[in-house]
Write a protein that binds this ligand. Structure first.
Ligand SMILES: [Ca+2]
Length: 406
């Protein structure tokens, strides 16, 4: 039954998009932007008009989960696999190097004729064969390590950062987010014949909290803490850039057949609004792993539709491949499940039969902490969070998590 519904839905996708026509794909991933760091999520102090408008035009997954830290989430997005399979254990100290033989989403799209580009933060290995240009990206503009200013880019700043353009070290001029979007827009304009897969994994609003005063001042004047004002300023700058990118798609007449995903890689740092979710970045409570997730594709998806089924970063790989009509590799194992039937206009409902795990293991080399979720129920074992060291258990349901019931 489920397979039949899935096959029918997929057939509808393929028929509607036209034989041989594949959508452009843009994946925008922010860094440490929490579920609550959006106006549309009830944050009255932040100012994200372009993202809010985007959300109103997009399909939203309301319970979308990731890992609580950068590299693990990025590895799962790139491969559709749990990060531990890929060699990624954490974010630093040698634990953020993805195996060179992983088959990435960029390789999958490149291999069927897509142009591929990355503009931003890779954080899955700085050297061959782990670099993005070794993993399917034809055009690359990135910073190395986990953040601008970290090794090997010491002394770099968010303004005029050291970046790596197609493998060459450059000293760029401008603000990091502006530079990554400028690169992305140039990529968009290069070729209108081939479809493209454009990955924009930004490094904001992750520390360092650096942004032009023009963006942060208004939030300071409203009485927010300096840190929150900077973070909201960084997101205001991001919002401007995101709006410019969406306008560029319209200018080029490709916004209808371009699928744009917006999401974040983990929850926020502590000390600011997060929609009453418990916990924050580095926690496996919902505050650390539940993120904004919106996908806009006017040709196919219903504007404003909301889906409350649980989904996760590992699902992106099979979902996007399925939508583009690309065969999903069977070996090695793909942990995610295609969400294509859920996204379609057709009222297809699939059951999450069997274990459907959101496996958020992390801190392997520091402590043990993991959560897994089988659809409605999750378990958390968090030595640093649970005073008695016992496994905590809670329901993933929206109401339960918001009230913090455990
Ligand atoms: Ca992050």
């Amino acid at each position: 039954m489920r397979f039949a519904a899935f096959a029918f839905s997929l057939l509808m996708v393929l028929c509607a998009s036209g034989a041989g026509e594949r959508p452009n794909i843009i994946l925008v991933l922010t860094d440490d932007q929490g579920y609550g760091d959006l106006g549309v999520h009830g944050n009255e102090a932040i100012d994200t008009p372009h993202l809010d408008a985007f959300a109103s035009q997009a399909l939203g997954m309301e319970r979308f989960y990731v890992n609580p830290l950068c590299s693990p989430t990025r590895a799962s997005i790139m491969t559709g696999r749990y990060h531990l399979r890929t060699g990624i254990l954490h974010t630093s100290r040698g634990a953020a190097k993805m195996f060179g033989d992983e088959y990435t989403i960029a390789e999958a799209f490149r291999n069927v004729g897509y142009r591929t580009g990355i503009f931003g933060k890779w954080h899955l290995g700085d050297n061959y064969p782990m670099r993005p240009q070794d993993q399917g990206f034809e055009e690359t503009l990135i910073h190395k390590s986990g953040g601008i200013g970290q090794t090997p880019d010491t002394d770099a700043d968010y303004f005029n950062p050291v970046l790596w353009l197609n493998g060459e070290r450059i000293k760029a001029k401008g603000y990091c987010t502006d530079l990554f979007f400028e690169g992305a827009l140039s990529f968009l304009k290069e070729d209108t014949e081939k479809p493209f897969f454009l990955y924009i994994p930004l490094n904001v609003p992750h520390t360092s909290l650096v942004v032009a005063d023009q963006y942060s001042r208004v939030f300071e004047e409203e009485g927010l803490s300096e840190a929150t004002a900077k973070i909201y300023g960084m997101l205001k700058n991001l919002d401007d850039n995101f709006g410019a990118m969406m306008a560029q798609l319209e200018t080029q007449g490709i916004d209808d057949d371009t699928l744009v995903v917006f999401m974040s890689d983990n929850g926020p740092t502590r000390g600011r609004y997060n929609a009453d979710l418990r916990g924050a970045k580095a926690n496996v409570y919902e505050g650390g792993i539940r993120v904004p997730f919106y996908v806009r594709w006017p040709d196919r998806l219903e504007a404003g539709k909301r889906i409350d089924r649980i989904a996760a970063h590992i699902d992106l790989f099979p979902t996007l491949l399925e939508i583009a009509g690309i065969d999903i590799p069977q070996d090695p194992v793909i942990d995610g499940k295609s969400l294509a039937p859920l996204l379609d206009r057709e009222p297809v409902v699939i059951g999450m039969a069997g274990p459907y795990a959101v496996y958020a293991a992390y801190k392997i080399h520091r402590s043990s902490s993991l959560s897994k979720c089988n659809g409605d129920h999750a378990e958390v074992q968090a030595g640093e969070l649970s005073e008695d060291g016992q496994c905590e258990s809670f329901f993933c349901g929206y109401c339960e998590s918001r009230t913090g019931a455990l």
